[in-house]
Design a protein around this ligand. Sequence first.
Ligand code: FAD
Length: 412
Amino acid sequence: MELVCASSAADGCAAVDVPGGALWEEVLEWGIRRHGMAPASWTDYLRLTVGGTLSNGGISGQTFRHGPQTANVLELEVVTGNGERVVCSTAARPDLFFAALGGLGQFGVITRARIPLLPAPRMAKWIRVVYDRFEEYSGDAESLVTLPEPDAFDYVEGFAFVNSADSVNGWPSVPLSAELPFDPAIIPAGSGPVLYCLEVALHFNQHERDTIDQRACAMLRPLRYIRGLEFVVEVTYVDFLSRVKRAEDAARANGTWAAPHPWLNLLVASSAIVDFDRNVFKRILKDGIGGPMLVYPLLRSKWDPRTSVALPESEIFYLVALLRFSRRLCSEGGAAAELVAQNREIVECCRSNGYDFKLYLPHYQSEADWARHFGRDWPRFVERKARYDPLGILAPGQKLFSRSRPPPPLDL
Ligand SMILES: Cc1cc2nc3c(=O)[nH]c(=O)nc-3n(C[C@H](O)[C@H](O)[C@H](O)COP(=O)(O)OP(=O)(O)OC[C@H]3O[C@@H](n4cnc5c(N)ncnc54)[C@H](O)[C@@H]3O)c2cc1C
């Protein structure tokens, strides 16, 4: 990895040139250790490659503010299906630059990315608060992601969980430390089968130490969460960004990491999210999924429409990530099929209710489904494929395009 001076970088001139196969955790480690700097936009899990997440989107709790990872890249080196090695950006070969971002690997292999860097904070105040009413949860989450930047949290996510003592799906999944237990007696009588946890963070440095608590309190005050169900810890910025690594270590130890993970990731318009909660969280998933059920808002205006990513139409839409970790799957072969069927039921529920939604990390079996997924941008996607990978060499497993027959050999 190499630090470069990039005049178009957001904050002065720092950026890093990263090989496409580097892991985000390597970028974090390198940036902090060598320069005290880091990218602004992350995924929750950092053992993913830079080229891989840029080919999809790259979403986490910073996305509402800084945009997805596809909005935080200055330049790419791409090897197209034509075998051409191209350095592209918004200024040079922009069509290939935007095609490759969110392009599911269909137009080229990203071999290098130039990622802007910002001075990294030292610490994060990491906070979870609990709601029993979805309308209040989503209303507060939406107000937080639309606050002007100086008043905003640095990170906003959230998840649904089961209103029970279940150790994986229920109350114990909320506290951030063993010293802060969850007291179920505080949950209002008559609460439903599912509760909601808003998760936010504020970054700070040593000189802000004295004022950070006051700032956090002032920001939490207008929120309508259940008083007494708030959980706050302070961790280093690196530990905060590495939080899923700890979950991975635990999952590796108990065997669930190696089991199949029939995950489902959706982007659901704000206009449909209350109905989605009623039909999906409160009905289909009321007993949980053996892992996190993320649901938090993002802003369409932070995504560049020239990239290949397909999004719902509305300005505010939610990431819904059903991150199933099931121990049953290790021993019972049929269980994975059941969960895949449940995922299909959820997608069908979105379709039949006419929700404005898209799959994130999409996979479909037919060209008709892909055409529906990309909607009015499908002709652009097809045209980009014809330009950059006319023989259909790249990522054929996604069943987006069938592989064309190569042209006949030249008759010399
Ligand atoms: C445990 C886990 C946690 C995740 N957490 C998040 C998250 O928090 N936020 C989020 O947004 N996503 C998340 N994802 C999804 C992730 O963004 C995609 O799976 C992404 O493809 C991962 O990159 P990879 O290196 O693992 O890709 P691989 O799984 O190796 O590749 C998947 C596909 O991506 C494309 N691809 C990969 N590398 C390149 C490249 N260099 N150039 C062009 N195309 C390429 C290809 O089409 C390939 O088929 C998670 C995935 C996992 C497995």
